[in-house]
Structure formats: C-alpha cells, structure tokens
Write a protein that binds this ligand. Structure first.
Ligand code: FAD
Ligand code: DHB
Length: 393
C-alpha cells in the first residue's frame, strides 16, 4: 500500500489527523492493531476542551457531538465536604467544556472515514517503522498473520502509550520523564441520572472522588484506590457508599443505580521531550501521558495533531520542512502546561498523606485561597477549559 502520511493507531489522535489531512487534500492510511469492536468499546475520557470541540466541528465531524454533547459552564471543587463553584465561562470570556465520551468521538470519526471510502485497517498491527531517516519511510505491518508494507512520505505514530512509535525513536534523541503515582482510579459507568449539574472534584479524608456524567441517564464516577486494589473487592454497594461519603456535602444526596462498567486505571505522568526523528512523528499518548485529573489526555492528543497538520500542509504546499521541524517545540509548550495542570489537580485532590499532615495543610491552604481569590479561580478555569492556541505563539 502507498500513501502520503502513514498513520499508526485509530484513537483520537490518528482519526483527527486523518480527517484534517483529507480536508487539505493530503492522503493517509490508518493501521489499527485492535478490532473495531474493541476500540469503540474502550471506555476512557469524556471531557472535551473548547479547542477540541471547535476542531471537530471545523472538520465537519460534529453533528452527533452537537446534539448529544453536554456543555458545562463551571465546575464544583469539594474539600472536606464543602463545595466551591468555579464559573469558567464567566472567568474565561465564555469558554466551556463539553462532556461527550471518547469512544463516541472515535465511533463518529471512524464511521465517517469509512463511509467516505477511506482506508482504515483494523486488526493490523504495525511491527516496524523503517527508513524514517530517508524520504520514503515504510511501516511493516501484519494482518491475519500476513506481512505487508505501507510506503509513505511520513509516518505519524498515534499509537498510544504501548505502541511502537516511541520505542522506535533513537534512544539518544530524547530525555524522558516519569512519575508513577501511589494510587489508581476505579471508574464506573452507571445507569442513573447525574446527581449534579456540574462535575464535582472532591478531596475527602477517605481519598479523591469525581462525579462526571455521560448523558441525562448515564453517570460516570471515579474513586481513588490503592495501586494493588482488586475489582472483586469492590461490589456495587461498597462503591456507591464510598462515592456518597467522599462527594457528600450538607443537604445533597448521591443517587445510585446499576453499574454496567467498572475498571481500574493506574495514574502516571510520562513524557519524552522530542516528538520527531527524521520523517517519524509522535502525537498523543505515544509521546506523553498525564494523570487523568483535569481531563487533559485526549485534548492534548488533538492539540498535537493541529501542529502536525500545520507542518504537513506547509510541506505539501511549499515543499519546506520548516514547520514540521518546529513541531516538537510547538507541541511541547502545551504538553508541559498540561503536565503541570494535571499534576496540580492530582496532588490537590488526592489523599497523599495523613489527614492533618503538612501535605494536607498545603492542599487545604490552596483551597482556602481559591475560595477567596478570583485570580486563582481564573487560573484554574483557563487551564481547565484549555488555553487558546494563540496563547502559546
Ligand atoms: P489511544 O487512544 O491510546 O490510541 C492509540 C491507538 O493505537 C489504539 O487504538 C491502539 O490499539 C493502537 N495501537 C497501538 N499499538 C499499535 C500498533 N503497533 N499498530 C497499530 N495500532 C496500534 N484521559 C482523560 O482525560 N480522562 C480519563 O478519564 C482517562 N481515562 C483513561 C483510561 C485508560 C484505561 C487509558 C488507557 C487512558 C485514559 N485517558 C483518560 C487518557 C486518554 O484516553 C488518552 O489520552 C487518549 O486516548 C489519547 O489518544 P491517542 O489517540 O493518543 O491514543
Ligand atoms: C472525566 C474524566 C476526567 O479525567 C476528568 O477530569 C473529568 C471527566 C470523564 O471521564 O468524564
């Protein structure tokens, strides 16, 4: 097979890249290791920044998102059972977030890509990326036990944290950074109407909890648990009881309902400070992971793609790699911002030490300051809804 940009991975990064390149008349082919059912069923993030929604709409892919996505103008921050509201539209000139499941984004973008007769091969794992230091790199792949080669001008490795893109980068071309947090998230989806009009992030003596949602009838909630926790030890009643305690505040009650999805996700920060080697580029989780508190992962993947598209468009129009060669520098500015914000939200709301310890006191001091300061609320709001692209120029 031959194409202009060979894309590995049909997650948010790979799919947005493919559609955006097509809009500019640049061809691409996507290889995806897993089956369509697996990818579309994988429950993950749900928080879309204003930038992400704008991009999806700009690409003409936002019909269902517009109908089913739920816009939020603010968020609740709860600490020791007391809540503060941060009205981000008011603090950021009308910017918002939208709740719409990542797997719904993936379904929409996959459906439209295939309906348009474009190439996306499921159950096709990229095995090796070669010749990326020349003008004609190749991706060796395997489908149904048979080997194949995708020849392209560029390779975009959008293959997530466990993909081959990052592993292919020459070891001496980057510095890597790694933090493993001493806790994980137990996430559930339940058939019950959300008990809140905005998301709630909560610090409690028992640990962190987050109340999110997916629709008027489906709620998404998370609990901080230990890294070695086993789902078998978490029957539904225990989960609801713990959520109710941690999210609780005076006069408020959490509604419970049947849980239909349960999973545990470890929390880590990881990144490398170079996303390009010759004609190989990394975008999304293949280059960086942030802990999920604050919902930045998916949005960062889409932001990377924006810079990559700028580079490819410039190359095919003007035959110069100037923009492409700037990709890492451009993308890293937002990635570091998100690393900081995700770490900030994680350490602010998770239980890290005894209640009453120095660490706890610092957490509480921050919350007390957020309560009194419009400036601090604005800092949180502008990071949470996502800074405009111009801010990083
Ligand atoms: P992915 O979505 O990981 O897509 C990569 C794709 O590449 C996958 O489909 C994979 O199958 C494919 N692939 C891998 N290797 C190969 C290969 N060799 N050949 C071909 N294809 C390959 N973020 C939040 O903001 N909030 C959350 O609550 C949250 N929860 C998460 C829960 C889990 C379990 C995980 C893993 C991530 C979570 N994230 C969350 C992060 C967010 O989902 C990611 O940041 C987002 O998926 C990044 O998109 P991506 O396209 O870069 O990577
Ligand atoms: C969701 C996930 C997050 O990590 C977050 O900060 C907010 C919402 C979600 O899955 O809805």
């Amino acid at each position: 097979i031959k194409t202009q940009v060979g894309i590995i991975g049909a997650g948010p990064a790979g799919l947005v890249l493919a559609h955006w390149l097509k809009k500019h008349g640049i061809s691409s082919v996507i290889l995806e290791l897993r089956s369509r059912e697996y990818v579309e069923g994988r429950v993950r993030a749900g928080l879309l920044e204003q930038n992400t929604v704008d991009i999806i709409k700009h690409l003409g892919l936002g019909d269902r998102l517009e109908k089913e996505g739920i816009e939020h103008d603010g968020v609740y921050l709860s600490f020791d059972e007391e809540r503060i509201h941060v009205p981000f539209s008011e603090l950021t000139n009308g910017r918002k977030i939208t709740i719409y499941g990542q797997q719904e984004v993936v379904k929409d973008l996959t459906d439209i890509w295939l309906e348009q007769g474009e190439q996306l091969y499921f159950e096709t794992g990229a095995k090796e990326i070669v010749d990326f230091d020349t003008d004609s790199p190749k991706i060796h792949f395997e489908k149904n036990g048979e080997a194949g080669i995708l020849e392209c001008d560029f390779v975009a490795a959008c293959d997530g944290f466990h993909g081959i893109g990052r592993k292919t980068m020459p070891k001496d071309s980057y510095k890597s950074y790694d933090i493993t947090y001493p806790f994980s998230w137990l996430g559930i989806l339940a058939n019950v109407a959300p008990s809140t009009d905005e998301l709630i992030y909560a610090y409690h003596e028992n640990g962190f909890a987050l109340h999110s949602l997916r629709s008027e009838t489906v709620s998404r909630l998370y609990l901080q648990v230990d890294n070695d926790e086993n789902l078998d030890d978490w029957p539904d009643d225990r989960i609801w009881k713990e959520l109710s305690t941690r999210l609780g505040t005076k006069g408020w009650k959490l509604k419970s309902g049947p849980i239909f999805d349960k999973s545990i996700t470890p929390m880590r920060s990881h990144m490398i400070d170079n996303l390009q080697s010759g004609r190989l580029f990394l975008a999304g989780d293949s280059g960086h992971i942030v802990p999920p508190t604050g919902g930045k992962g998916l949005n960062l993947a889409v932001a990377d793609v924006k810079h990559l598209v700028d580079g490819f468009v410039d190359f095919y129009k003007n035959n110069t790699t100037e923009f492409l060669d700037n990709y890492t520098e451009q993308a890293l500015k937002r990635i570091w911002r998100a690393q900081d914000f995700s770490n900030f939200m994680t350490t602010l709301f998770h239980k890290q030490d005894n209640h009453g310890s120095y660490t706890y006191r610092l957490q509480k001091a921050k919350i007390d300051y957020i309560k009194m300061s419009k400036a601090y609320k604005t800092t949180i709001a502008e990071n949470y809804v996502g800074l405009p692209f111009e801010s990083f120029e």
